[in-house]
Ligand binder design. Sequence first.
Ligand SMILES: Cc1ncc(COP(=O)(O)O)c(C=O)c1O
Length: 387
Amino acid sequence: MPIRPARRITDTSPKNFGMFTKAVGMQGDLIHLELGMPAEDTPQHIKDATIAALQAGDVHYSDLQGMPELRSAIADKLNGQSGMDLTADEVIVTNGLTQASFAAFMAFLDAGDECLLLAPYYPQHIGKAELAGASVTIAPLDAADGFAINPALIEPHITPATRAIALINPCNPTGRVYTRTELEGLAEIAQKHDLLILSDEVYADITYDGATHISIASLPGMKERTITMGAFTKSHAMDGWRLGYIAADQSLIGPCMKITTSEVTHVNTFIQHGALAALQGDPTVLEGMVARDKERRDLVVTRLNQMPGVTCAPVEGTIYAFPDISATRLSAQECADRLLQETGVVVEAGSFYGEAGEGHLRVCFGCAELPVLEDAMNRMQRFFNAL
Ligand SMILES: Cc1ncc(COP(=O)(O)O)c(C=O)c1O
């Protein structure tokens, strides 16, 4: 008899990697625009600081919460960028945003609790809530309203079991950067119903055309009910490094630490020096990376809008375009499957992010250089012309 896995494995939703799984074994000339993997290399000064730390022998166990200088630099960044009032003790360095959110879900959700996701949602949140024994409820946002945070669409989904709302701001997959008014609406709901906000801000540094990222934790009364999560993953092209953080009121840090220390003790000691260099190094490096993402965005959004049956809203932040293809009368999944089969361009179906994303595709423009994006857009253009 095979050994039976735990019920938290067998009784939870299977992990689903969408179009990535469909494309992974395929031969041929594919262009991968389905994964949010930055196109660029990690900046050299970040690598240098890490190598220097390694050479200097910084290879042993260190602070369980993360290197104090790094925590202090993260607190300074968030205080400066978002007007928060964090101390270094209110930061935990984590293995990417994935571990940050896993810790947050595990620390604050119990069996029988519900976590509300705003849809289009980030599918990985479903698995995390379920591993914590909780379930998810979905509040679909309205495509016709640009997937705005509209309290009237959210509040009806709150039940006595709701404990938390997961927020992604800037939003993957829609590319929205939520306004203060939208966040105030959500904050009001959280306060009225005594809810925690799990705020995934992995794209906080990647905004365009003057869109300002606001952390919901910076709104009055929200610090003590928000877990802000960030990472170096997308902004500094450090996806393979696995470096992120939790920032929250002191009262929320202890429960998260109980999970992170049980899981991994702490993040690799020497790579934390790389993260410190990312924050303290020349700011024009990050500006340059975002400027190049903007060029990629401009190319992709402009080209998508020239394709028959395709309408692409402006992308305010993130590295994704979320074009509406409903005029083609293809379902999102049919369209993504056919694009893969007929053009070799791999994009994700909007329905992967919940029913609210039906009629859309998610096209990652941050994961390829301009000539590759150009090639992908030419192929997609031919596909939509021929429908
Ligand atoms: C919204 C969101 N959260 C979290 C992650 C994962 O971040 P990390 O690689 O830092 O764990 C991603 C990656 O695509 C993401 O889009």
